[in-house]
Design a protein around this ligand. Structure first.
Ligand SMILES: [Fe+2]
Length: 350
């Protein structure tokens, strides 16, 4: 078995492959690591056949759909997943055949209703059902402490004690543990009576994970995160540095149109000398009158450098093939002590 573990913050994803056939699966991939998964698979000579989420993640952004589309393979989740776009739904007791590997599905609801564990050879991928020295929480949508008790004590912990445990989260950098080690020392598993365990889970009083709304929105719909929208826009436009713009602005480069896409108030408070003002919200509607010549060289700028990236990508899409974005924003420009034209210095979001 070929095995790669990818850590993103506290999240873990896995690439598991059959050394004989070169077929592989990806488990719980995360959007920021898409290039890494593809590079690891290529380095190991693997062809990914399935992209699997062990459950509906509320705390990270799943890359299953993006990878499945890129690779032309199905996304896999448990039958109970509420996400409409799952290509292949699996259920307890079924197996994914990955070359010579047999990956068995264990439905383990509790952290979420659609949680599953995947057993292959000497290891089990436990998702958020069982963590090293912990368990998944049960206070997020579809969580259920009683169900988690049944999944742990009735199913997962009855597996071979020597099985390696590979969870979807690990915050202390430990590589893995085993079922036996967890039974012996996991503090939450020492509460072996149902009522004790449920009371423990109900009493955890955890704070909400960051980005829970965005994670559920994108993971359930297959939609994009804000970071993805920005990354996709950034991949389609060239950038110009603050210094380069300063130099061109100082020498009065008339070839370059500086287009400030912030709101009026922010523009009036201070902008790059000679900049034109066209707020991002009006860009498409006013572009014909404001920028009649699509062959002109245009640099977009905003407060933080994000909206200007979206604006430059929109301009390119509309045929302004020389649109570029400022690498940074007017905030950075101001902080660098570079000259601004116009009023005071009250920044506004942009
Ligand atoms: Fe989770």
């Amino acid at each position: 078995m070929i095995f790669e573990q990818v850590t993103t913050g506290g999240c873990r994803s896995y690439l598991v492959g059959c050394g004989d056939s070169c077929a592989a699966v990806l488990i719980d991939p995360e959007v920021s690591q898409v290039d890494r998964y593809l590079a690891l698979a290529a380095r190991d000579g693997l062809r990914v056949r399935y992209v699997i989420d062990t459950h509906t993640h509320a705390d990270h952004f799943s890359a299953t759909r993006q990878l499945a589309r890129a690779l032309g393979v199905p996304t896999v989740m448990h039958r109970a997943s509420p996400a409409p776009g799952v290509d292949m739904r699996v259920d307890d007791g079924e197996m994914l055949v990955v070359g010579k590997l047999r990956m068995r599905v264990l439905h383990t609801p509790g952290h979420t209703r659609d949680s599953m564990c995947l057993v292959v050879e000497d290891r089990v991928f436990t998702g958020d059902t069982l963590l090293i020295g912990g368990t998944g929480r049960t206070d997020l949508p579809t969580g259920d402490a009683h169900a988690l008790y049944d999944s742990l004590f009735g199913r997962l912990l009855k597996l071979d004690p020597a099985l390696q445990v590979h969870p979807a989260h690990e915050y202390k950098g430990r590589d893995h543990s085993t079922i036996g080690e967890e039974l012996a020392s996991n503090p939450r598993l020492q509460h072996r009576e149902r009522e004790d365990f449920v009371a423990l889970m109900h009493g955890l009083n955890l704070s909400m994970p960051t980005h829970v709304t965005e994670a559920l929105r994108t993971n359930l719909s297959g939609g994009k995160t804000v970071a993805q929208m920005l990354a996709e826009a950034a991949a389609r436009v060239p950038f110009m540095s603050l210094d380069e713009l300063l130099e061109r602005s100082t020498r009065g480069d008339t070839d370059l149109i500086v287009l400030d896409v912030r709101e009026r108030e922010a523009f009036m408070a201070g902008h790059v000398a000679g900049a034109r003002h066209l707020p991002r919200g009006q860009l498409e509607l006013r572009v014909n009158e404001e920028l009649p010549d699509p062959t002109r060289r245009i640099i977009t700028c905003c407060e933080f450098g994000r909206i200007s990236t979206l604006a430059a990508a929109t301009l390119r899409e509309m045929g302004f093939m020389r649109a570029v974005a400022l690498d940074g924003g007017i905030k950075a420009w101001r902080e660098a002590g570079y000259p601004l034209q116009g009023g005071g210095d009250t920044p506004a979001p942009g």
